[in-house]
Design a binder for this molecule. Structure first.
Ligand code: SAH
Length: 496
């Protein structure tokens, strides 16, 4: 049986601009061939077991030739593989998608095309430029400035100069001078509004506005990828700008926890316009087996309250119980306490509404709330190396407690940020537990801690960060959303 090739347009950079159909195709691929312009967020969707082939081009020199790409697609499809060919933007807009289909078609290999959002319209849209606008522009012309010799694009400037619509030039970063001169020599008004947009739809987006006669000077050295827009619609850019007004636009934030859900901190910050660097500083190891499940069930008979001090603790326990054929009813006879919003959120994923969730994220505050609720015997389900503040509160109040350790956190560093930090490129580093602070310090001993602000989920995490000398902000409530809010407030203060 033959495999199949699906050409998928990955969109212009923001992973949120990939289509649903494109995402489905990637998730079920055996082999994925991708280009340089495909965003990291889209590449993350490639299944672990799938083969990834980077056929991106670097610095004008083709790393993998077009013939080789065509051949790779054919060979994998003949090998019965489900192949996805991922390209930036849309595959048929200067994407050589047609060329890649020819060999497949000749060999009778089935193929499908999933259109993508082309940079030609998305990049202007993120810069507040509608490519058509009633009364200003009634047509759009997408032009490639790319040439084989890299010098003289074969563009009929005279025709474009008089066409009256919006002109969008792709692959023109190095040829801006040639383009503006060509249009002016072709008779276009030298004051026609223009825009150059680099890294469109990404946190690194940069917009330069001008007119035909001054855009070259204003733009200076242009970074690729960039598009050039010429036409009256560019004047609307200031009025309709929205992306650069997102509250965290221009900020770079490091997230030190593992993100395993789309509602994670990285996604929240990204949707607010921040550049997010994921740098997990800890990972967790389960410490549970069948005996732990029996022990938990036994202890539940003895206690009146169960306390969870992390979302990971909740998930570890609930998954263990599930494996043992149990469900949330195990907790039917006891009160449940959660240290904060994320832990309570994890409980609700398993159908449990926590009875006690203090507003402040701290073991001491949780302990006091449990004591105040009239508890007499508490079961603590937590990490081996968890903060033990809560124990002090119980000891002082004289109530009984038992702990069962269900996981441990282990420092790790997939990506070391020391250099970025020391270059002043990181504005904030987020910490969602004391152990993330410890993990971070273990691997960033030589980082200049004064060059960023630490954003902590609660008091005890903040104490750790301050202890190392970091300038620190603490979320009002123990939740990821509240951490994001704290950053927004701080960023706004900084701009005033
Ligand atoms: N098939 C793609 C275009 C490929 S040609 C599409 O539909 O978008 C590559 C050119 O696209 C680049 O040289 C640049 O002009 C433009 N481009 C792609 N992504 C871009 C981005 N994020 N910001 C600005 N221009 C981009």
């Amino acid at each position: 049986m033959l495999g199949k090739v699906t050409l998928v347009g990955a969109g212009p950079g923001d992973p949120g601009l990939l289509t649903l159909k494109g995402a489905e195709a990637i998730k079920s691929a055996d082999v994925v061939l991708y280009d340089r312009l495909v965003g990291a967020g889209v590449l993350e969707l490639i299944p672990d077991g799938a083969k990834r082939i980077d056929v991106g081009k670097r610095c004008g020199s083709h790393r993998v030739s077009q013939d080789e790409i065509n051949r790779l697609l054919l060979d994998h499809a003949l090998d019965e593989k489900n192949v996805v060919r991922l390209k930036g933007g849309d595959s048929f807009v200067f994407g050589r998608g047609g060329e890649e289909l020819e060999l497949l078609q000749k060999n009778g290999v089935p193929f499908e095309v999933v259109p993508g959002i082309t940079s030609a319209v998305a990049v202007p849209a993120y810069a507040g430029i509608p490519v058509t606008h009633r009364g200003t522009s009634a047509s759009v012309h997408i032009v490639t400035a790319h040439t084989r010799d890299g010098i003289n694009p074969d563009i009929d400037f005279k025709a474009y100069a008089g066409i009256g619509g919006t002109l969008i030039f792709l692959m023109g970063a190095a040829l801006l001078s040639h383009i503006v001169k060509g249009l002016m020599n072709g008779g276009m008004d030298i004051y026609t509004p223009c825009a150059v947009i680099e890294h469109g739809t990404t946190p690194a987006q940069k917009k330069i506005l001008g007119t035909l006669n001054n855009i070259e000077k204003k733009a200076g050295r242009i970074e690729s990828p960039a598009i050039i827009i010429v036409g009256g619609v560019c004047e609307l850019s200031e009025k309709f700008d929205w992306y650069s007004k997102l509250p965290l636009h221009g900020k770079t934030i490091a997230v030190t926890r593992h993100e395993n859900s789309s509602s994670g901190l990285s996604s929240i910050l990204y949707s607010m316009g921040a550049e997010v660097i994921e740098c997990p500083c800890i990972h967790t190891e389960d410490l549970v087996d069948g005996r732990t499940a029996d022990q938990i069930k036994r202890e539940l008979k003895e206690c009146d309250t169960v306390a969870f001090t992390s979302a990971n603790g909740v998930r570890t326990v609930m998954e263990l119980l599930k494996k043992q054929g149990c469900d949330a009813r195990v907790f039917g006879g006891v009160k449940i306490a959660a240290i904060g919003g994320s832990t309570a959120g994890a409980l609700s994923e398993y159908g449990i509404n926590a009875d006690i969730v203090p507003g402040e994220y701290s073991g001491r505050v949780l302990g006091t709330a449990i004591v105040d609720s009239g508890a007499e015997k508490v079961l603590l389900l937590r990490a081996e190396n968890a903060n033990r503040e809560i124990d002090e509160v119980f000891k002082r109040s004289g109530i009984g407690f038992t702990e069962i350790t269900v996981y441990r956190t282990v420092p790790e560093c997939e990506f070391n940020m020391t250099e970025l930090i020391n270059e002043g490129k990181i504005d904030y580093v987020t910490f969602t537990s004391g152990s993330t602070v410890e993990g971070f310090m273990q691997f960033h001993k030589n980082a200049d801690l004064s060059s960023f602000k630490a954003v902590c989920i609660g008091g005890s995490t903040a104490e750790k960060a301050v202890g190392y000398g970091m300038e620190c902000m603490t979320a009002d409530h123990a939740s990821l959303a509240s951490m994001a809010e704290a950053i927004v407030c701080d960023a706004e203060r900084g701009e005033r």
